[in-house]
Design a protein around this ligand. Structure first.
Ligand SMILES: [Zn+2]
Length: 227
């Protein structure tokens, strides 16, 4: 397995060799009126436009197998794979008192996610590994998973997704001590273009105590040890 690693705060030239895929901002670029239209209308409009794309491609929309595709794609975009664009779908994280006084790092590794590359609208999928050190509060483990899924369900670039997850954890957990590592496969690399089926892309973001080499190493050792 080939693995490239980049620190999201110091992108190096050899990692970002494809200018198409440079993240420009940590916020997903959204228009101010992004949610003025309700989901039902979005589905109707996307369905109509997707039908046109299929027609331009020369597909026969009267065919039984293709007939329902525009509506299926539209529903999938709005309700599933891009549902993380809408702040109303953001997971509400309930915090608990850290009663046990556990002051070491808490790691949740191998969180499977499915996202989409915003440059080609094809899947990016992989594993996210997340850690934090409690500042007095703890979060339910399933919530970490939900935060990852929320930011994955958008048109994304991997670098931005990594930082968005880290920022959200910092804000929810009220701690600077957060680490996020993501290993992902990009279908836009493996199924088209250069056709490289084996490469994986790694991104990492470390803040607070995780910028300390020993703490970082402890986390990386943990996620690299097979369960
Ligand atoms: Zn792409």
């Amino acid at each position: 397995m080939k693995q490239k690693e980049t620190m999201s705060n110091t992108p190096s030239d050899d990692v970002i060799d494809d200018l198409d895929h440079v993240a420009t901002s940590f916020d997903t670029p959204l228009r101010a009126d992004a949610f003025e239209m309700d989901d039902e209308l979005k589905i109707e409009l996307i369905s109509k436009h997707f039908k046109e794309i299929m027609q331009v491609l020369g597909l026969d929309l009267n065919d039984d197998s293709l007939k329902g595709t525009p509506n299926r794609v539209a529903k999938m975009y709005v309700q599933e794979v891009f549902s993380g664009l809408n702040p109303k779908n953001k997971p509400h994280a309930r915090l608990f008192e850290n009663k046990f006084g556990y002051d070491q790092m808490l790691v949740e590794k191998e969180i499977t996610f499915y996202s989409h590359c915003e440059h080609h609208f094809v899947p990016i999928y992989g594993k996210a590994h997340v850690a934090y050190i409690s500042s007095g509060k703890v979060i339910g483990l399933s919530k970490i998973n939900r935060i990852v899924q929320y930011y994955a369900k958008r048109p994304q670039v991997q670098e931005r997704m990594t930082v968005q997850i880290a920022n959200e954890l910092r804000s929810v957990l009220k701690t600077e001590d957060v680490a996020v590592v993501i290993d992902a496969n990009h279908m836009c690399v493996s199924s088209r273009g250069v056709g490289d089926t084996n490469s994986k892309t790694g991104t990492a973001h470390f803040s607070g105590k995780f910028t300390n080499e020993d703490t970082k190493k402890e986390f990386l050792n943990y996620i690299n040890t097979p369960a």
